[in-house]
Design a binder for this molecule. Sequence first.
Ligand SMILES: [Zn+2]
Length: 428
Amino acid sequence: MTHHRLKGIVFILDGLGDRPCAELDRCTPLEYADTPYLDKLARLNQCGLMDPVLPGLPVDTHTGVGILFGLSPHDATHLSRGPIEAAGIDLKPQWGDLLFRANLATVEKDGDHYRILDRRADRIRDGVIELCQALQELKVGDNLFASLFPATQHRCVLRMRGPRLSAEISDTDPTGKAVHKGILQARSRNSKDENAQKTADAVNEFTRLSHHILSRHPLNLQRIHQGENPANGVLTRGVGAYRDFSSTLSYLRIKAAVIAGESTILGLARLCGFTALSDPSFTALPNTDLRKKLDFAHSALKTHDLVYVHIKATDTTAHDRDPAAKARFISHFDSVLEQSDMEAHVIAVCADHSTDSLYGEHSGDPVPVLLHNPVGRQDLADQFGEKTCSMGALGRLNGQGFLLSTLDAMGCLPNLKPSDMTVYRPNG
Ligand SMILES: [Zn+2]
């Protein structure tokens, strides 16, 4: 007899979990929201509370989503933004390349140092491609070459290529840590590490060369002429070395697609080897086109086993400390989901982490999760909310456990050996 095999859809409502709010009658935004459909799914299926990595540990979006994409806790908690951003703009790095998130900025040279006048060069849009073209394959050390690639607006990706590069260096962008205020200089994090010292020197040489080239670029001369800040410097942060990230899903040969508006999520999807799908109408705000996201999901399910839909507005409204807006958006999500006719599939509703709309920050609270399996068990949770999920049969589980439960509901794990550490690495 062949075992059953269902397709799955995972909704990641970024920052969904929250705390009771005085202005919402001491309910959380999810409890306060009008969610008849999610409540029905909760009643007919199973719920629980999920710790993305460890109970009480607040995590970033890329860590929480990385776990749900099947990365090991080690990989998900050691992800750097540089390689994610590079994958997001579809750069094809080589093993060992160093990748940085970079900003085009306005700087002023002061002796050997640079003062940062504007971290984003007036949020420059026009001409970024041409400015990046002027910074290709710059020699920044022995056999070391640096190139800059455009992302969105002032954001770029710096790629450094050459032997024995080290990511153990500081940012030059003052939003990063370990930076001397206003002085743009990379430092080795370890004075005994020769490779880190060599890499920091190469970044500083890139800073010097790029300022020299950009200051003379016709587009910048024109900007100055028009009274705009020139984009004459490059700031770096989020450095990481490129390597292969293996997701549990690739190991299990599960074909996955990700629907999102955020470049970080799309980059993470590509890094894991998934199909990344987006549209300009997918925003980080409540005005995002949820219906179109669901249409994309329907199409993607024809050619993929598992489809993730990432939705950012739940997190954005919580960071804005607007629990009422978060609740309204959740109600809207409920009505769009009800019309989407997905119930023949496994439906997982979860989050990458909780975001507390009282303080506007991520918290270590577990997130409410819901698992709809057309042929699965039921539990006693009869509503989808933080309080009721604590009575669900999934109990308190971690992100890996929730992903495995979803894959098991889909019938994807019949040949999995529990001893296989690639799939389950509790201490990985
Ligand atoms: Zn957030």
